[in-house]
Design a protein around this ligand. Structure first.
Ligand SMILES: [Fe+2]
Ligand SMILES: [Fe+2]
Length: 195
């Protein structure tokens, strides 16, 4: 059911060219992936800091930050095993493009941040799943399958809070942001990174 959620929400599938590049330049994808997990952990704590009054959100975000930090530790261990270092964050034009859609008034900001987070988690889930079925190494395939399940759960978590917080507005806003998300996926150059 959770996997179906991703298909419902994401309006365009990842191009086969992405997985081709990702397999060919997997070390770069791994480094980008570590940065994504780092940003996901920091983002969860920033949600907790920005919206401390939303019932239940602080604890959910604290748990999420811990889970994302665990993913980060695991990806860093794989980097080390391959003799790679984390290095500089190259940035993520996809996530930046979505974050630019967040409206500023407090009420709209919470809804938009929840929905943007949900979409990023769901796109990550789709791509980690592609890695889990296409990587040649069985250990890495299992690792990415576990992570994909986890990111799917995170997408569902953000959507749940968005629905609870703004039940009247959530569907229209999600539909609009999902169109922007698909537009970014289709227009940005494909690169050896998670997005
Ligand atoms: Fe993660
Ligand atoms: Fe996540």
């Amino acid at each position: 059911m959770l996997a179906a959620l991703a298909q419902v929400t994401l309006l365009c599938p990842t191009s086969p060219e992405w997985i081709r590049q990702a397999l060919e330049r997997f070390d770069e994808v791994l480094i980008d992936h570590a940065h994504c997990e780092k940003k996901a952990a920091a983002h969860a704590l920033s949600m907790l800091a920005a919206f401390p009054d939303v019932p239940g959100l602080a604890r959910a975000m604290a748990r999420l930050a811990r889970e994302e930090a665990t993913h980060l530790t695991q990806v860093l261990a794989i980097l080390e095993k391959r003799g790679l270092t984390l290095g500089r964050d190259r940035g993520d034009p996809y996530a930046q493009g979505l974050q630019a859609q967040v409206r500023q008034p407090q009420r709209e900001r919470l809804l938009d941040r929840l929905l943007v987070s949900a979409l990023i988690e769901l796109r990550s889930e789709e791509r980690l799943r592609l890695l889990s079925v296409n990587l040649p190494d069985p250990e890495l395939r299992d690792f990415y399958a576990r992570l994909a399940d986890s990111e799917d759960g995170h997408g569902a978590l953000f959507l749940r809070y968005a629905r609870k917080y703004a039940p009247q507005e959530v569907d229209a806003r999600l539909a609009m942001l999902a169109r922007v998300e698909a537009g970014l996926i289709e227009s940005l150059p494909i690169r050896a990174g998670i997005h």
